[in-house]
Ligand binder design. Structure first.
Ligand code: NAD
Length: 481
């Protein structure tokens, strides 16, 4: 198998890392190294920041329409190369091809077009006063840093890159070293689209080497981060004393709250999705299913029966509901969490081990959809993010009890509530501490809405105008006449 050597995108060109240091990149469905990714050092970050600083004033002074036109050209090329990007995302991450085709890659183009559009309509406040006016100038921050995770690789990277560029910033972006391929292909598309050199720089490498060099670089004025809570803590500790602006989108342990009066079939179908989509590796997946006691047994029986039927297989096959998890270390982490759940007295209903699809995927990293009941609220299994296809089911007695259980972890990212009682839906939404509450649905994303987490799930909001505000500095100008 030929091994692709990924390059950094710096100053409008593709470069090898200065140190010549590379990391292996593994296709998790087949368990083989298929590309190499630069492990960039501080000199590569220095070069990227120099290029970005040189490009900044010209890019920031372009009209909004000019910047948005360039972004739309990139989005058109993403559409043109959709099939290639879909295959690359699936091979890099292990996710089913059909998921990358339906969700990941269309969302990349949609993110870019969306921000190109709303930036054109962006306005800031002004306040008239007797013989005077205050108006708020929203100016770009300068060179900003973007660090993203492996679960929705190009989707999340583009979600941050697009608003930053649209508002006139220049960007240093570091994709996850575990899934770098589509970001590399994206840099080729940016060159083809005529993105001015230095405006966007994509520098690859590990968190400890490349990521840390970004956090401490004095030329990088802000960090927008999506990833794990522990990494988020480190980022906050490092960048806060430098007074850099930062936004953190972190982990979750999301509750799905199901009342007996819900529309049962729709709830069941969606709860299977919220549990196992992308192998449970979406920050918004529901990993704690809370069920009203009066329907608890019926739910457990039906849910387990349907979970057992989910097909774990080759991500390239249309019939696979779940593909591979992202890496062998991650597979081992998930299997370790399953062992912990057993030791904590959890009753295992299905799954509980690696899946072995065989054939081309004989050496890949797969995990069976796994369901536990009988675990205490304060058990490690019900408290810690697993980020795999593992869910627990717990019964509750009434609305207050459901809210108490929903709020019983340090996280607060997302929740779903299933009920036919409109008042109850609103009440639960008010009581649950999380950045988003879906009532009778899951993962419906309107790009205009604020997105982010409470408590250990993050700091700040992205999405819609929130992203445009994050990537600008408000300056009040008071004019007296
Ligand atoms: P991670 O925190 O390990 O890595 C995320 C990114 O941070 C990677 O690019 C990594 O290289 C980088 N990084 C790691 N250490 C760093 C350091 N010391 N300095 C700078 N950068 C560093 O997370 P992951 O394993 O890639 O992703 C999974 C996590 O992301 C889960 O916890 C999941 O819930 C979370 N996530 C959250 C959201 C959200 O919107 N809230 C979305 C997707 C994923």
């Amino acid at each position: 198998m030929s091994v692709t050597q990924i390059k950094n995108y710096i100053g409008g060109e593709l470069h090898e890392p200065g140190s010549g240091d590379y990391l292996d990149n593994v296709n998790p469905a087949i368990g083989q190294v298929y590309s190499q990714v630069p492990n960039s050092h501080i000199d590569d970050i220095d070069a990227a920041v120099d290029a970005a600083e040189a490009a900044f004033s010209k890019w920031a002074r372009k009209s909004q329409a000019e910047r948005s036109t360039i972004l739309r050209r990139v989005a058109d090329l993403v559409d043109r190369d959709r099939d290639r990007l879909v295959t690359a995302e699936s091979d890099d991450n292990g996710k089913p091809l059909r998921l990358a085709r339906a969700v990941d890659i269309p969302r990349v183009a949609a993110n870019i077009r969306f921000y190109a559009g709303i930036a054109e309509g962006f306005s800031s406040e002004s306040y008239a006063m007797p013989r005077g006016i205050n108006y708020v100038l929203r100016q770009p921050l300068g060179v900003v840093g973007i660090i993203s995770p492996w679960n929705l690789p190009l989707y999340l990277l583009s979600w941050k890159i697009a608003p930053a560029l649209a508002m006139g910033n220049c960007v240093i972006a570091k994709p996850s070293e575990i899934t770098p391929m589509t970001a590399y292909l994206f840099s080729e598309l940016c060159i083809e689209a005529g993105m001015p050199p230095g405006v966007l720089n994509i520098v690859h490498g590990s968190g400890a080497t490349t990521g840390d060099a970004m956090l401490t670089h004095p030329g990088i004025k802000a960090i927008s981060f999506t990833g794990g809570t522990q990494t988020g803590e480190h980022i906050a500790r490092t960048v806060a004393p430098q007074f850099k602006k930062f936004s953190l989108e972190l982990g979750g342990k999301n509750p799905i709250v199901i009342f007996e009066d819900c529309e049962y079939e729709k709830m069941m179908e969606t709860t299977l999705q919220s549990s196992f989509a992308n192998q449970g590796q979406i920050c918004l997946c529901g990993s704690r299913v809370l069920v009203e006691r009066s329907m608890y047994e019926r739910f457990v029986d039906d849910f387990v029966e349907r979970s057992r039927k989910m097909r774990v297989g080759d991500p390239h096959e249309q019939s696979s509901d779940l593909g591979a998890v992202v890496s062998q270390p991650h597979q081992q982490k998930i299997l370790g969490c399953i062992e912990t759940a057993k030791q904590e007295g959890g009753q295992l209903h299905c799954g509980g081990g690696p899946a072995e699809p065989g054939g081309r995927c004989a050496d890949g990293f797969f995990v069976q959809p796994t369901v536990f009941t009988g675990l205490a609220t304060d058990s490690q299994t019900n408290q810690q993010e697993i980020f795999g296809p593992v869910v627990t089911i717990q019964p509750f007695d009434d609305e207050k009890h459901a809210a108490e259980l929903a709020n019983s972890t340090k996280y607060g990212l997302a929740a779903s509530v299933w009920t036919s009682d409109i008042g109850r839906g609103h009440r639960m939404a008010e009581w649950i501490d999380s950045g988003v509450v879906w009532v009778n649905c899951w993962m419906i994303r309107d790009l205009r809405t604020p997105f982010g987490g409470m408590k250990a799930s993050g700091l700040g909001r992205e999405g819609g105008m929130e992203s445009l505000r994050f990537f600008t500095e408000p300056k009040n100008v008071c004019v007296k006449y």
